[in-house]
Write a protein that binds this ligand. Structure first.
Ligand code: MG
Length: 334
């Protein structure tokens, strides 16, 4: 075992590194005291406080060869921001822990932070604290706070009769991940479709939290039940059903897929239904709102994909290809 003094010697430069990484970080007026003291001081929010945490671990959630360190930093924040988006909130401040293994240059950490800083600034989020710890794998953990108005969107408020909508396109990130991991070989004409592959890989590497859409949704009365898609439509919708004590019918023909998805997969919806990492929103609203009205309001394309029903079953109607994984499990749950 390493003597404490040796360990401390190795760690001493980490204070300098935190200071360097945090230098020049833009802070809003909400932050009274940022990096540099024992705690940060952040002004109390006006509404309800949202609080969330997420980790990205090397070889579990990412492979360093797949993208730049800047992308990694931005992505680590985006997946957290998406949880705030799913509640209809506004992100305000975050603290960051970097787990650093041997062989990671401090330049790499600076580049991760540079991506993180840019993403934070874009989302009006202050980075108010940082920590570095030695670890076996490279990891980025972010704890994020945000604020919501009087009614945050929750998973437990869906009711039979509600219509289920999703933002954006589904399954792109799952395909991008499979392309990067060498787990998906394009077939036929799609083999040389470089543009489609590039688009899909980007959709995995650069997710974008639907913060604006979430905030606009939370302003609806009643506030919709909502969740962000991190683990796939079927699984994440399943969380709403479970928490709300309801079932759902999904119309497979209404699942929104991109031209790039179609180019690679044709009508096979398995990744659109079960693939994760899209960070789109699923939300359930009382009947009577059209796709076009909601798309205008949220400033993103939305698609009505089904409805909430009584019972506990999740039925996907009209899937042209067999769906494995999450769907079968949910189906057999009955
Ligand atoms: Mg989530």
């Amino acid at each position: 075992m390493r003597k404490p003094s040796e360990a401390a010697g190795k760690l001493s430069s980490e204070f300098d590194l935190i200071a360097r990484l945090s230098a020049g970080i833009h802070l809003s007026r909400r932050t009274i005291l940022g990096v540099g003291d024992d705690c940060a001081i952040v002004a109390r929010p006006h509404g309800q406080l949202l609080f969330t945490i997420d980790s990205m671990v090397e070889n579990v959630h990412f492979d360093r060869r797949w993208g730049t360190p800047e992308m990694l930093g931005a992505r680590a924040l985006a997946v957290n921001l998406s949880d705030i988006a799913a509640m209809g909130g506004r992100p305000t401040a975050c603290v960051v822990n970097l787990g650093v293994r041997e062989g990671i240059a401090s330049r790499t950490l600076e580049r991760i932070y540079s991506g993180l800083r840019a993403a934070a600034r874009e989302a009006s989020t202050d980075i108010v604290g940082g920590n570095i710890t030695r670890a076996r794998e490279l990891s980025i953990t972010i704890a994020l706070i945000g604020e919501a108005g009087r009614r945050a969107m929750r998973r437990d408020t869906a009711r039979p009769g509600d219509e289920i909508f999703v933002t954006g396109m589904l399954g792109d990130a799952a395909l991008g991940w499979r392309l990067l991991a060498g787990k998906l070989k394009a077939r036929g004409a799609a083999k040389n479709n470089r543009a489609a592959k590039k688009y899909l890989v980007e959709r995995f590497l650069r997710p974008h939290a639907r913060l604006y859409a979430g905030q606009r949704l939370a302003a609806l009365r009643p506030a919709p039940a909502a969740i962000d898609i991190s683990d796939g439509l079927i699984q994440d919708l399943g969380h709403i059903l479970e928490r709300s004590g309801v079932g759902a019918e999904i119309d497979a023909s209404q699942i929104p897929i991109s031209p790039a998805y179609r180019a690679l997969m044709g009508g096979d919806l398995v990744h659109a239904l079960t693939g994760g990492e899209d960070y789109e929103l699923i939300f359930c609203v009382r009947p009577g709102r059209s796709e076009s009205e909601l798309s205008r309001r949220l400033r993103v394309g939305v698609r009505r994909i089904g409805k909430i029903v009584r019972g506990r079953r999740l039925n996907v109607i009209g899937a042209s290809a067999p769906i494995d994984g999450g769907w079968d499990q949910l189906r057999s749950r009955g």
